[in-house]
Design a protein around this ligand. Structure first.
Ligand SMILES: Nc1nc2c(c(=O)[nH]1)N[C@H]1C(S)=C(S)[C@@H](COP(=O)(O)O)O[C@H]1N2
Ligand SMILES: [Mo]
Length: 370
């Protein structure tokens, strides 16, 4: 199926691109949020997120895969096209790796004006132990021929986005595709992939925002051109207006999150705690880079104090941080920000773009101490 179809018969679908952001969420945003759950932030207490609480993003529907007929096809500019069953893939060298995955749209609902899409606050995040086989071995066996520039990964799911009929497709250049950590995974936390996470097979692209990790993967194709599918050329771009080409969304930006301390008010989620020593903890990550520093503010970003860094779960997974706060009575806004090993620090003010991507402004948590 060719994804290009710009002036299409789908032009009569409701146009959400001009919707106003107000405090009221639109019906379609709520609908998306219910399909695409987030990870409750207190679940950061676990180094590896239980599968049922890892966040989800499903652009279309979860496809119905018949495993008896399912094959991974590897073709295009290769000398030896492959057609592999799940058993064939499981017989290949296996590796298990903990990886923190984050949706590029995480933080989107905190933008002002809000961008109309999956309305994440900060919960589009999770860390899983993925098991699979290195992509590199498969590409080497297929033998990329001269002229191959990009590898296109296609999922079995299809739908309409931006008026374009498409299967979910993303590409990576050869250098990225050949990196050691790129994997084709069939297990998550020691169990076969659940339907919503890409059963039977997904691509895992550690360090990149989640959109690169194509679920329900059934085709890998080496091509000679820059692949211009919708999810590459339109959806995941940093732009100020949607018409601009902009820059591609790629690696995960540095972020720290705090487990909201104390106990919550049900509706507002405002926190309530008692005065005295309170331990604040959370996790921080920086995609392919390391986290060099985490700082906490208890006065809404006026002053910052260094937190203690804990263990990093793996090269591509988050690390723990902790901070002891001597909480005094009254209202406070707690905040946390991380710095990566290239000295990028999370912004305090929002970084706005038309798609609401890559927003890593520091988290703020409102608390009442009594
Ligand atoms: N085939 C397919 N792959 C996909 C998606 C999708 O909708 N279809 N969503 C992507 C996005 S935007 C994200 S953030 C991650 C989410 O992976 P998860 O649902 O397993 O957490 O999957 C990516 N892979
Ligand atoms: Mo995403």
């Amino acid at each position: 199926m060719t994804p290009e179809n710009p002036t299409s018969r789908f032009a009569t679908l409701p146009d959400t691109s001009e919707r106003e952001a107000t405090d009221l969420f639109h019906r379609e945003e709520v609908q998306l949020a219910l399909r695409n759950r987030g990870m409750p932030l207190e679940i950061m207490r676990y180094p590896v997120t239980p599968s049922g609480m890892h966040y989800l993003v499903i652009h279309f529907d979860i496809p119905d895969v018949n495993i008896d007929q399912w094959k991974l096809q590897v073709g295009g500019l290769v000398s030896q096209p492959l057609s592999l069953s799940l058993d064939d893939i499981k017989k290949r060298p296996a590796r298990t790796m903990a990886v923190t995955m984050e949706c590029a749209g995480n933080g989107r609902a905190l933008l002002n004006p809000r961008v109309f899409s999956q309305p994440w606050f900060n919960e589009g995040i999770g860390t899983a132990e993925w098991t699979g086989t290195p992509l590199k071995g498969i590409l080497e066996e297929a033998g990329l021929t001269d002229g191959a520039v990009n590898i296109v990964f296609s999922g079995a799911d299809q739908g309409i986005q931006g008026e374009v009929l498409q299967v979910y497709q993303r590409s990576l250049n050869i250098a990225e595709s050949m990196r050691e950590e790129m994997m084709l995974v069939y297990e998550m936390n020691g169990q076969p992939l659940q339907p919503q996470h890409g059963y039977p097979l997904r691509l895992l692209v550690p360090g990149w925002y989640g959109m690169a990790s194509v679920k329900w993967l059934d085709r890998i194709e080496a091509v000679e051109d820059q692949f211009q599918g919708y999810q590459m050329a339109k959806a995941y771009r940093y732009t100020q207006v949607r018409e601009e080409p902009g820059e591609p969304v790629t690696l995960i930006r540095v972020r720290a999150l705090m487990i909201p301390p104390g106990i919550p008010d049900t509706m507002s989620r405002v926190r309530w705690l008692t005065a005295g020593q309170q331990s604040l903890t959370g996790r921080a990550w920086a995609g392919r880079l390391g986290v060099s520093r985490v700082e906490v503010s208890v006065d809404d970003g006026s002053t910052w104090s260094e937190a203690t860094l804990g263990e990093q779960v793996s090269t591509f997974a988050w690390r723990e941080w902790s901070f002891v706060w001597n909480a005094v009575r009254g209202w406070h806004t707690l905040s946390v920000r991380a710095t990566d090993t290239e000295e990028n620090v999370q912004p305090i003010d929002q970084f706005w773009n038309a798609q609401g991507m890559g927003n890593n402004m520091a988290q703020r948590v409102r608390v009442l101490v009594e």
